[in-house]
Design a protein around this ligand. Structure first.
Ligand SMILES: C[S@@+](CC[C@H](N)C(=O)[O-])C[C@H]1O[C@@H](n2cnc3c(N)ncnc32)[C@H](O)[C@@H]1O
Length: 285
């Protein structure tokens, strides 16, 4: 899709993306291709692609001003193809753009609204184990817009694998302040919603004592926050295979997100681990 011209029917402000987003798109595309090939080869399965925070379908690369496909368009062009695609976004201009890009594609459904509600009430119920339906679901919010119940429902279904872009920078900036206080109650509520309960207060801070025995709290390192969340995906949500996530860094090398993958099938976990390790070993992440 890179570089081609698309005449927009309705003005949509495309997101401008940096290098780390390009890597994220590459990783998602690699796994989606492997997933689709495997499921397609096992003829009884009806495999689906779900994008909860789909975006407009394409983006502009900040450095080069090049137009590139976003996660939903990449998924649409995967061979062998997904049998169904379900794309959700809250922004109505992006939803119009997704509709325009997918018109006359009867296997694609576009939804406008809050992914947390639409996934739980309309999309996940379509992925029934006994109907041999299976799905790869991408959860890529800008920040803490995701509700833990979506992750729990995906794990419980036994049919839905997820990639989650875990928004550590939004958490650090707005909630995980060094002294643990002073955060806005709305931000605290968003943190509790994505974490699933308020156990993040224990998981993300460590108790300290000063020379006089006074008790204080310090934020844990990002890697420890990510590991605590990985343990929740396994122990609380019930995913069996959750490889170590990869850190996605901005141009200042600060960690913006951790890209997590969670699934029930061992083969899924090992394919993603291999993909993640490939990027780590090349020093790209
Ligand atoms: C990081 S972008 C997604 C980019 C896309 N995954 C890609 O790589 O091409 C996040 C998107 O989430 C949408 N969004 C924010 N809150 C949402 C919500 N509650 N439900 C659905 N979409 C939401 C935004 O409008 C935005 O388009």
């Amino acid at each position: 899709m890179a570089g081609h011209q698309i005449a927009a029917a309705k003005p949509v402000k495309l997101d401008e993306i940096g290098d780390w987003s390009v890597l994220k798109l590459e990783i998602l595309k690699k796994y989606a291709s492997a997933y689709s090939a495997i499921l397609h080869g096992q003829h009884r399965f009806h495999h689906m692609y779900i994008d909860g925070f789909a975006g407009a379908g394409h983006h502009i690369i900040k450095k080069t001003r090049e137009l590139v496909a976003g996660s939903p368009l990449n998924a649409l062009h995967i061979e062998p193809p997904f049998k169904e695609l379900h794309l959700i976004d809250l922004d109505s201009a992006k939803v119009s753009e997704l509709n325009r890009l997918t018109q006359q594609m009867s296997h694609v459904t576009v939804y406008g609204g809050d992914a947390n509600k639409i996934l739980l009430s309309e999309v996940f119920p379509k992925v029934k184990y006994e109907d041999y339906r299976r799905a790869l679901c991408i959860l890529d919010p800008y920040g803490m817009q995701l509700d833990w119940r979506v992750l729990a429902a995906a794990a419980k279904s036994q049919t839905i694998e997820i990639f989650l872009n875990f928004p550590i920078m939004d958490m650090n900036r707005n909630v995980l302040l060094w002294n643990g206080d002073n955060a806005d109650p709305n931000d605290i509520a968003r943190m509790t919603a994505i974490w699933g309960d308020d156990s993040w207060r224990q998981a993300c801070y460590v108790e300290t004592r000063d020379l006089f025995g006074g008790v204080g709290y310090e934020k844990q390192a990002n890697s420890q926050v990510a590991e605590a969340f990985r343990q929740r995906l396994i122990k609380v949500a019930g995913f069996k295979h959750v490889p170590q996530p990869v850190a996605m860094r901005n141009k200042n090398r600060a960690i913006v997100y951790y890209l997590f993958f969670a699934a029930q099938r061992p083969v899924a976990g090992s394919i993603v681990k291999q993909i993640f390790d490939g990027y780590r070993n090349k020093g790209l992440l």
